[in-house]
Structures are given as C-alpha cells and as structure tokens.
Design a protein around this ligand. Structure first.
Ligand SMILES: [Zn+2]
Length: 284
C-alpha cells in the first residue's frame, strides 16, 4: 500500500465514482416508478429478463454490448455510460484535487508515479468525493422535488464524523462542532426569519445539508459555504426571480444546489478566499 503510485489510486477512485454513477442510474429509473432499489434485481425494462452481472458493470457493460441489450437487442441509452463516466471523473478529481490542494504537491508528470503518504490527503479525498458525488443528487432532487435527500444531508453528517477518524484532517471534535453549530445556527436564522416574514424562510433540508457540510469541512468551511451560496443565490435569483414572477407569482428557488456547488470549492479554497478577503477588502 505504501508504494502504490497515484495513477493507480486515481483509477480506483474513478471506478468507485463510476459505481456510484451506476447506482444513481438505478435510482433515477426506479424511484419515480415506485420500484424498490434492491428488489427485483436488475432486469431489462423491455423484456423483463434478468441482466447478468458482467453486463451491469458501469461503462464496461455498455461498451461490451455496444449499446444494445443482450436479451432483446434493443438500444440502451448512451446517457447511462455518460453519467457513469462523469461520476468516475468526479471520483478521480476528488483525489487529484486533494493531492494538489490539501497535499500541496507540485503539478508535474512525476506526481502520478509518486505514492500518496500524507493521511490528510486521504481524509481530504474522501470528503471531496462525498461533496462532489453528493452535489449531483442534491441539485437534481431539490430542483425537481424541492427537497434534499436525507441520504446525502444526514449521510454527510455520518460520513464527516467517520472521515474525521482518519488522522490529518478534521478532528472528531471539530467535525461534531461543525455539524452542530452550522446546522443549529442556520436553523435559528431560519426560525427567526420565518417569525419575522410570517412564512417558512428556510427548509429543514437545507439545515441538515449544512450540518453535513459542517461535519465534513468544519465550522469555518460550512460558514464560508453558506456565505458564498447566498451570494450565488442572489446573483442567480434576481434575474431568474423576475422572470418567474411574471409566470406564476411564486418564484421560489431551491437553495440546496447553491450550497452543493459552493461546498467543494470552499473545501479546497475557502481559506485562500478568506485570506484574499482580509488582505484586499479589509486591507490588513
Ligand atoms: Zn431485454
């Protein structure tokens, strides 16, 4: 394990990401149709035959079959392997960005053949993998159904606490503190705002999602994420909200996607951004 080069681990992270993407494909197909995720096992939607496991492998299965089902030779949408490849790339990107930003490794070809020793890089890679791969379902589900899946928000709290057991990253105390204070703080803000505005100002899904980010990134990271997400939200919402209001008068936009997009950037560059802000805006 000690001398395994980075390129190998990048391939592993790509494969794991592709498997997550494959699972997303299953969810996207089954959830709206009310089919359980586990039972029945993978079957052809057209002729109902079972799909053998080798054809179920992400990306490889589709290439193997050249985009046609083995059972009834019907075309399988290219969207499936594309989704899996994108998730694979996000997995590899999680590790690569952690090696470069958290580990501070110089960008050159020798990087790929060097082993990864720093445990902080592994902790960062796992947190980034969760943030990047979790961003997709948060965006998709929040935009479509106006809710944030607990598996990502509450799951993020659990994942953050587990990752904090890896030495070099956040300590378990920082992780718990991040979850509790970031989630609790946003809940209070929402509670006060809804009393003043006399309507629900903040969904509980956003509170749980930010608590998850607190567990993964610590309190500072979660606060930075909230601030950047709110700024992004204002930038997008002002023109978009005007458009929408003319149609149905509601113009309500989910906040989850802004948090999900801001989080991985703040995980990597939150501190840099904060230092720039202190230097150039506060002039210290
Ligand atoms: Zn079939």
């Amino acid at each position: 394990m000690e001398e395994i080069p980075l390129w190998y681990w990048l391939a592993v992270f790509f494969a794991l990401g592709a498997c997550v993407g494959s699972f997303y494909n299953v969810i996207v197909y089954r959830m709206p149709r009310g089919i359980s995720l586990i039972n029945p096992p993978s079957h052809c939607p057209l002729c109902k035959k079972r799909i053998p496991i080798r054809y179920n492998l992400p990306i490889v299965g589709w290439l193997w079959l050249r985009g046609k089902s083995a059972c009834c030779h019907q075309p399988i949408s290219v969207i499936y392997p594309i989704g899996e490849s994108l998730c694979g790339l996000l997995g590899a990107l999680a590790l690569f960005s952690s090696v470069v930003v958290v580990g501070g490794a110089p960008l050159n070809a020798a990087l790929f053949s060097a082993p990864v020793h720093d445990p902080a890089v592994w902790a960062g890679a796992l947190a980034m993998a969760w943030l990047l791969l979790g961003a997709y379902p948060v965006c998709a589900v929040d935009c479509k159904y106006k809710l944030i899946p607990d598996s990502i928000s509450v799951g993020g709290i659990v994942a953050g606490i587990l990752i904090s057991l890896v030495p070099g990253g956040l300590s378990p105390f920082e992780s718990l503190l991040g979850a509790g204070v970031a989630g609790g703080g946003l809940y209070l803000v929402g509670f006060v705002a809804s009393k003043i505005l006399k309507k629900d100002a903040m969904g509980f899904g956003d509170v749980k999602l930010l608590a998850g980010y607190g567990a993964l990134m610590g309190l500072t990271g979660a606060v930075e994420t909230l601030i950047v997400a709110a700024l992004l939200g204002i930038l997008v919402m002002v023109p978009y909200g005007k458009l929408r209001r003319s149609e149905d008068g509601s113009g309500q936009i989910p906040f989850g996607p802004f948090l999900a997009v801001a989080a991985p950037f703040m995980f990597l560059w939150g501190e840099t951004l904060f230092n720039l802000y202190v230097t150039f805006v506060l002039g210290e």
